[in-house]
Structure formats: structure tokens, C-alpha cells
Design a protein around this ligand. Sequence first.
Ligand code: SF4
Length: 299
Amino acid sequence: MYFDDEPGPVFRPPSEADSFILRVTVGCSHNACTYCNMYRTVKFHVKTPDDVSAQIQAAVAAGLPVKRVFLADGDALVLSVERLLSILSELYAAFPKLQRVAAYAGPRAILGKDRRDLLALREKGLKLLYYGLETGDDRLLKEINKGVDAREAVEAGCRVRAAGIKLSMMIIIGLGGVGGSAEHARHTAEAVNIIKPDMLSALTLMLYRGSELKEKYERGQFNILTPPQLMDELSAVLRGINLPPDARTLFRSNHISNYVSLAGTLPKDKEKLLRQAEAAHAELVKMPFYDPYNNAEYF
Ligand code: SF4
């Protein structure tokens, strides 16, 4: 639920379905990843304090029993620490039952905050950040124009963890195409091992209309992975993830983009997940390959 009538797409993670969505920015300040078209139609800007307060008061007036808030849009952490602290204070004052405030965070926005900033935000109630690492491969990060190199991408994840803010991290299976698959899998697993996120979601690459990567694919310059190849890559990532025995990373590969739904806790369920991925692979190789982008109106 949200109370903002400014045009433009509003996205939120699936786990924020019941949250009050508070738009503190519109669009994404980076807005340049080659695989993403989420906010291409909107010019990034920051919502005014009055605008933010009006949304909060509308939710209060509606009598909503708000327990969770998600700060939208694409990388709300880009706001200054002072502004974020002020929003958090306003939220916790307005909603006595509020338990958690979460947001998407781009790597540059995270790196723009130091440890003290992030600690202050956590203490004021910023409990969870959703961060798209996408890959740990330096070459691929440059190719997709993520705005950071591999060292910075890993540092961003570590910084969130070190501040005690829960980190839900996304990676994208298939992002490197056929040619980049092995390196993508290897370096992504290495990055996960260093960051040790609380939650890890493996999404599957989807090529969206209006994105540079879709255009590259249409020019024949990017070869997508077939479903069995995607399972191979996912297995390679899982094999490469070696977290300490006491880690409890919730692993999910059950996004709408995934061919097969997998879920477990790492490292405990690693072997089980690998067996499930192998079984899925055995089924997928029996099926004819259907190019999802042929005549697809949706992408
Ligand atoms: S940072 Fe996220 S929302 Fe912004 S362009 Fe990249 S993928 Fe899209």
C-alpha cells in the first residue's frame, strides 16, 4: 500500500508485499545498468520533506496497523544520513507498532555512507537493505555498467553487514551470457563467501525491452543461456559458496524469473540444493529450447 500519486513505476521486493511503501525518492539515481529498464521512464528526484510527511499522515489517517515500511524507489539509501534519520524518526513516532524499515540500496549509495552513518541508521530502525550485487565478476560489472568494480561491490555488502543491518542480496544467473558464465559463477560465489549475506536470492536474467542488454541480444551480440545451462551456472555458484558452519544464509531461487524454485539455508542445505538443481537439470535437458524473447510482447 502506498499513498503517493506521483506517476512512475513503484517496485518493491516480494517480501515487502504487506509493507507501507513510502516514496522518499522517485526513480533510481544510477539508472544505467544495461539489463534494467525499471526506471528508464522517470527522471530521478528526491521527494520533499512535506511530500514524505503527507504520505505518512495519509497512512496514519487510514488507520493502518503499520509494522513494516519500505522506502522507495530504486536506491533510497542515496539520501543524506540526516534526511534518512529524520524520516526514520518520523516513521517510528507515527506508527507505534513499527518493527522494521527497509530499502533498496545501490552499491554507490552504500559506499557513500561510512560505518558510523550506517550504525546510526541501524540504531534509528533501518533494519534491512536489499542490495543487487548481481555478480562478483569485475569484467562483467563493468560491462553491465553497475557503477562499481568487484572490490567496491564486495565492500558495499560487507559495510552493510558490519553495521548490523540485515542484508538481502541478489545475484543474477545468466548475466554473463554463454561466454561469461564460468567467470560469473566463480567470482560471484567468491563475493558471497566474503560478504556472507543474511539472505541470498538468485534471480534469472530477463531481457527487458528498452534495456541495452536486450538490444545487444537482438543484434546477436549476447547469447542467453538455455534453461539447462542456467541450472549448470546456478550449480556452479552453489558449489563455489563455502560459508562457515555457523552461517545461516537464507538462500532463495524462487523469483518469477526462475525456471525451478529452490530454497534452503546455507551452508546446511548446500548438498540438498545441489541435488535439486541436478534433478532439475535432468528434466530441463529433455525439453526443447524455446527462446522466450521470440515474439514476446512483454519484454
Ligand atoms: S541500480 Fe538497480 S534500479 Fe538502478 S539501474 Fe541498476 S538495477 Fe536498475
